[in-house]
Design a protein around this ligand. Structure first.
Ligand code: MG
Length: 332
């Protein structure tokens, strides 16, 4: 580890993993934490428990704001464990001088998103700090969900599974970047930020054999696939052609030299589904409005254990690595 923390230590990629394992896991070590799931499974598998802090800049952007994000982020991590979000806490750190009207706008948008999840805020905390001590507002939410489908785990993926993604990737990262740089896309580019519980519920209700789910937030699709290949000790082989990317996101990536697979998402998740159920799962995903580009993107093999292989459109192969460097700080 470096002597001081760098922005790269918060990137959702390689350096972030290093910080987590060498500082937090080292001292907090326990069996639940070490499963490295999206949410901790506690109380004999009955409850899912997760927390997330939100520092996004700007606070308001196409498709969402920090409030919507703060509810989606935590509720989605619960949903990824097959849990129905139930109870949330809401802690805010507000900078002196922040507009009350903006605060109310943020809280209203949290309320709207809580309703979609059928969850309520049952505890909270408010701190106001002197001007300059924090940039406008930071929000932390912690959530408890009721596990409705047990056994979903990123440590259980086998060659019996195929890999799907529910929609086109990279919209959130591209939107935040465009907003920050003042790039006018005069297009439909907006954050994918959405609550994923309704989609997970539809899959569970249809009795789909779900092995693992993970929302592709910081570090994007590339981070999730790499985490899974290591956690389940498998090789994940994806077809570049099958990974859905919108023209708008491709445009931003070409302009700035990003890989769509490394861009953050807030309503995009990766699924490891039993081969026999993959087609049915795809059909269910496509019934949701934002998911017209849902796709089966790859398979699980044992050729290069703990690696992700990308098969390009030209028939070449390369490893898809965990993103590194200061991707985009304050993306969420
Ligand atoms: Mg997650």
């Amino acid at each position: 580890m470096n002597k001081t923390i760098t922005l790269a230590n918060g990137n959702g990629g390689e350096e972030n993993n290093e910080l987590i394992s060498k500082v937090f896991y080292k001292h907090f070590k326990n069996d639940i934490l070490e499963k490295s799931e999206d949410a901790a499974i506690i109380q004999g598998g009955e409850l899912a428990f997760s927390t997330d802090s939100f520092t996004v800049s700007p606070l308001f952007f196409a498709g969402a704001d920090i409030g919507k994000l703060a509810v989606c982020g935590t509720c989605n991590d619960l949903a990824m464990m097959g849990a129905k979000p139930k109870y949330l806490t809401c802690s805010v750190i507000i900078e002196e001088g922040f507009a009350t009207r903006d605060l109310e706008k943020i809280v209203k948008s949290m309320k709207r998103e809580l309703e979609i999840n059928g969850a309520i805020v049952v505890s909270g905390d408010t701190k106001v700090v002197p001007k300059g001590s924090v940039d406008k507002i930071f929000i932390n939410t912690t959530g408890i969900g009721e596990v409705t489908k047990k056994g979903i785990s990123s440590n259980s993926i086998t060659t019996n599974d195929v890999i799907l993604v529910n929609r086109d990737i990279g919209c959130h990262g591209a939107t935040i970047f465009a907003a920050r740089e003042g790039i006018e896309m005069s297009s439909n580019l907006k954050s994918d930020c959405t609550s994923l519980y309704p989609q997970v519920k539809a899959l569970i209700d249809a009795d789909i054999n779900i092995t693992a789910l993970r929302d592709a937030t910081r570090g994007g699709l590339s981070a999730v696939l790499n985490e899974w290949s290591k956690q389940s000790n498998v090789c994940i082989e994806v077809e570049e052609n099958s990974i859905p990317v919108s023209d708008e996101v491709n445009g931003i990536c070409e302009m700035l030299g990003f890989e769509p697979g490394a861009l953050a998402n807030e309503g995009t998740f990766v699924l490891a589904i039993d081969k026999n159920d993959a087609q049915k799962a795809l059909e269910i995903l496509k019934t949701f409005e934002a998911n017209t580009m849902a796709s089966i993107i790859g398979k699980v093999t044992d050729t290069h254990l703990q690696k992700v292989v990308l098969n390009s459109a030209y028939g070449t192969q390369r490893f898809l690595d965990t993103p590194t460097g200061e991707l985009l700080p304050r993306i969420c």
